[in-house]
Structures are given as structure tokens and as C-alpha cells.
Design a protein around this ligand. Sequence first.
Ligand code: PLP
Length: 397
Amino acid sequence: MNSDDIKRLEDKYIADTYARYDVSIVRGEGATCYDAEGKSYIDFTSGIGVNALGFCDPGWVRAVAEQAGKLQHTSNLIYTEPCSLAAEKMIRLSGMSNMFFCNSGAEANEGAIKTARKYSHMKYGAANEGAFNRYEIITLDGSFHGRTMATITATGQESFHKDFSPFLQGFAYAKANDVDDLRAKLTDRTCAIMIEFVQGEGGVNELSRDYVRALAEICETMDILLIADEVQTGVARTGRFMAYDHFDIKPDIVTAAKGMGGGLPIGVILFGEKTKDVLKHGDHGSTYGGNPVVCAGANYVLSRIDGAFLARVRENGAYMKERLLSMRGVSEVSGKGLMIGVSLADKTPVEVVRGCLRGGLLILTAKDKLRLLPPLTISREDIDAGLEILERVVSAM
Ligand SMILES: *Cc1c(COP(=O)(O)O)cnc(C)c1O
């Protein structure tokens, strides 16, 4: 099929929920992919932070293909090896206590919300003779937590709320990086605070160290659960295994998804000491969660992450930021590791994305910024080649 054929079928048969660019990708290798006509693109997107090892990393392909030829699925009433190995690595690398497998970021956040409510119910519900009222979850303005009803309610952006009411009860929103506002939103009903350390969809906005440390201390003293949404920031994206590692804190619940599977659908909820025994038989489940093929891919991704891997993500991120800052047309950069936001002086992000596509570079937007999420394994040559295309586009008069 050529690009026009693909586009015609999708436009006709798929609901119009995505403002798509006029590109059809048919194959890829590392940080390069190709459209149906053979035009090549450098990839600064990894899907949206998903293809952590780039396109079709040979070791990842082998792990997934071998598992698909051996055992593709069982129910969760049975044990499987890939699931056990991926879980063991995830717990060792994250320092959390145990975990639950699901299939996406939103699903992981749904499970985190359920867990927080049950933790609070078990601990504080009975004291009120069943009148359970400690269920409120505070999230931050500008946050993004997913597309299901609970997670759009948790998402602190009005644009995701319009048209879909009524919403879940028990959510409140606080200004990011404003401890006073957070304190003002706390009530005796608050059971959890859910945050992204770097807001991804919200515009690559970083939480400050002081804010995160103050927030973690409030959670600790008041027995409020700290839920870290690491769906975009997690699994090495920011140059540490989890973004919370930058702050020397330990959340009570962590969700991860995107980069963990290396390209296959996965989501996880990681539980800390307070929450590891909250969910019991029948409380939660997922037909596909922990799928052996998906877990074989995740297991391979996790097997590649060590100190040297993380250091390279940090170095390449710092290098990209420095080069971006020196470009005419770039006013500011934000983010950590290989999660980078770029503020433009005089162009709109969408027009830059279109220009980059014409020049052979895939790149994302986040609110009023460009967003770069290249494969974590991208080479200096590919970084330079992509930045050259970007510079031509952003600095053109
Ligand atoms: C992408 C994202 C989600 C939603 O993940 P899905 O897999 O699309 O459901 C949730 N939280 C954050 C921070 C994300 O970036």
C-alpha cells in the first residue's frame, strides 16, 4: 500500500479522534523510520515515549518473537516465566515492594486510585462507623493522567473535561510548585496526592525540588499516599530509573507504562510498604495484564538498563538541551534526561512539526512547546542529524 491508500482507509474507517499528520510509517530501525515511499525520518518521538530502545531493537525483537512462538497467553490464574522475571527486575530497579500488571497508563492510574481509596477505607473507614469520607485525591493543574472517566477526572486540565460530565467525586486540584495552594486544598477527606514529576502532556513542566520534598513530607506526616504517575517519566526516560530518584523520595504508589514495554502495551502499578497488601483476591484484575509476550519485551528492556545506560541518557539529554538553547528561534528548554520541552520565540509548535516532517524528522508538541522524546538508545550521529533538521526549521525566517 502507498501512503495515500493507507490514509484513505484509516480516515474512512477510524473515528476522527486524532489530529494526524500526513505521514504513514511502514518500518523502522533504531532511531530511523521510513514511509511507504521510502522517505526516511529521524525519530525524536519514540511513538510518544514508548519505543525506549528505538525501532525493532534486535534483542527485543528476538525476545518477543521467541515468546510469541512458545506461549502467547494464559489467564492470570496461571503462573508464567516472563511475567515473573519482568516483575522481579521492575521491583529491584524501582525499590518498591510488589506490583500489578495491566495494559496502559490510564489503567495503571485507575488501579492506583482504587488502591488509595481502599487503603484509606481500611484504615479510616471503620472509625466512622462505615461513613467513609476520607477518599479525596489531589492532583495538579496542568496534569495528565489518562482518558478513562477516573483519569480524566484526575487530569487537571479543563480541555479534557468538557462534554463528559458527570465526573467522579472526590478530586481536587492544586497549583503545581505552590506549597501554600497545596496546603489550602488539603482537607480531612484527603487520602492521596497524585503527581507527575515532569508534566508531559501539560508542557514538559518540572516540579521543583523544594516543592516535591515539601509535598512528600506533608504526605508522610498526614498518612496521605503519594502516588507518582511515572507513565511518561519512568523507566529511564529522565536519566534515572524513575523520576522520583532525582528527588531522593519514595512514593507509596508508582504507575509506569509507556517506555517499559519497548513498544508493546503494558502498564504497571508499583506498591510500597504501606500499600503492598491492600489489593486482595477479587479486588482488581486484567485479562491481558502480565501477558507473556509483552512481559518478554519488558523483561528485555529492563535487562538493558544499568548505571551506564542511565548516564548516557543524562549526557545525551544535556547535550541536546545545550545545542537547542544555542539555536536561533529557541527561547527556552525544559525537562530532564531525554524528555525535553522547547519554547519557541516566534513560531507555533505545530508549524515546526510540519516543517520537520517535510525535512525528515519526527517530533512532538506539548501545549505551546515542542517536545522531544527520542529513543533512549539514540546515537550522537542521529541526534546531530535530527537537530540539524530542527535548526533549519526553527531558525528559518
Ligand atoms: C500517556 C500518559 C498517561 C496515559 O497513558 P495511556 O497508556 O495512554 O492510557 C497517563 N499519565 C501520563 C503521565 C502519561 O504521559
